[in-house]
Design a protein around this ligand. Structure first.
Ligand SMILES: NC(=O)c1ccc[n+]([C@@H]2O[C@H](COP(=O)([O-])OP(=O)(O)OC[C@H]3O[C@@H](n4cnc5c(N)ncnc54)[C@H](O)[C@@H]3O)[C@@H](O)[C@H]2O)c1
Length: 304
């Protein structure tokens, strides 16, 4: 065992499989005491099973670590609260939460139903809120803590996962709000956009360039949970990790502005906007165009 997280109490949602499981095992191996949450559902969020969280908690204990399982649905306020309450009742504090739980319900926007939209937003975005909400109240009182949300490169937009993309964009804004609102209490918040081989990525219809393993993602998360990241002032950031590659995303900012003489009218905007403020080309739109071309030519397209 290492000691990167010695004496820290860390809760991980979606810790029964894939990236969440790797994060929980890596955090425990670095000395953290764990709350292992997983609702034990299919990729689409159906058929919950409590043995999925139990199995990972047992794996941690068998390796000599401390872990408590919580099989609740974190898309409910009660589920998020239970994750934080379990940390407090089992270990007396909560130093880090990592919101990894996620599901997919893929459909083109023009065919998407409410049953495909709501659970995806509820799991990713509300499921990060419920845990951040309960954890941040404890961390504010402790005057320390780390919140980590899971986003995706798909927050830039998605052809057939508008629900997932909207949720992942929301996670980034939630993380930035947490970083701003909790800064004065010594609490940091960051987001991770992983690319890793799991059952979820196995369903992606294109070849993911530079895909890594869940353990690669876990190494970054352990760092973000550690005092080393806090001492380096890492907060409000979004990091991609894909195998050996780590990248930081830009903060959103205005590119160019133009000012009206008097008031703007649609006519004045039509005359001035294309040559002054202009547009910012959308990289994914170029990618989608290339994929459409490849499909027309019968080639297998490469993903971003
Ligand atoms: N794998 C990738 O390449 C990739 C890429 C981008 C983003 N992500 C994100 O990383 C996270 C982990 O993905 P993964 O690939 O490990 O998926 P996974 O399907 O292997 O694991 C997700 C886990 O979340 C659990 N879960 C789902 N709904 C839950 C709920 N309501 N409450 C508690 N647990 C719940 C599931 O039971 C499952 O064990 C997700 O947020 C996903 O969107 C993954």
């Amino acid at each position: 065992m290492g000691n990167f997280l010695s004496d820290k109490v860390v809760a991980v949602t979606g810790a029964g499989r894939g990236i969440g499981r790797a994060v929980a095992l890596a955090a425990a191996a670095e000395g953290a005491r764990l709350v292992v949450n997983d609702y034990g559902v299919g990729v689409d969020g159906a058929d919950p099973a409590s043995d999925v969280a139990d199995a990972v908690a047992e794996e941690i204990r068998a390796a000599g670590g401390d872990a408590v399982a919580v099989a609740d649905d974190i898309s409910t306020m009660a589920g998020g609260q239970r994750v934080a309450d379990t940390a407090r009742s089992a270990y007396g504090r909560l130093d880090g939460v990592v919101c990894v739980a996620g599901i997919l319900r893929e459909r083109m926007l023009f065919n998407m139903t409410e049953e495909e939209w709501d659970p995806v937003l509820a799991t990713h975005l509300k499921g990060t809120f419920t845990v951040f909400r309960a954890a941040s109240a404890l961390m504010r009182a402790q005057r320390s803590g780390t919140l980590i949300g899971f986003t995706s490169g798909n927050h830039q937009g998605s052809v057939s996962q508008a629900n997932y993309s909207a949720a992942k964009g929301g996670v980034i804004s939630l993380v930035r709000s947490a970083a701003l609102g909790l800064h004065k209490y010594g609490v940091t918040a960051n987001a991770v956009a992983p690319v890793a081989r799991t059952r979820m990525s196995a369903g992606v219809p294109t070849e993911l360039a530079g895909i890594g393993e869940p353990e690669d993602v876990a190494a970054l998360v352990v760092y973000l949970l550690s005092d080393r990241a806090r001492e380096a002032g890492v907060t409000g950031q979004v990091y991609t990790i894909a195998g050996p590659r780590i990248a930081v995303w830009a903060q959103p900012r205005e590119l160019r502005a133009a000012y009206a003489e008097g008031a703007w009218t649609p006519e004045r905007i039509a005359d001035a906007l294309p040559t002054t403020v202009g547009t910012d080309p959308m990289p994914l739109l170029e990618h989608v165009t290339a994929m459409e071309r490849a499909a027309r030519e019968g080639r297998r397209p490469n993903a971003q």
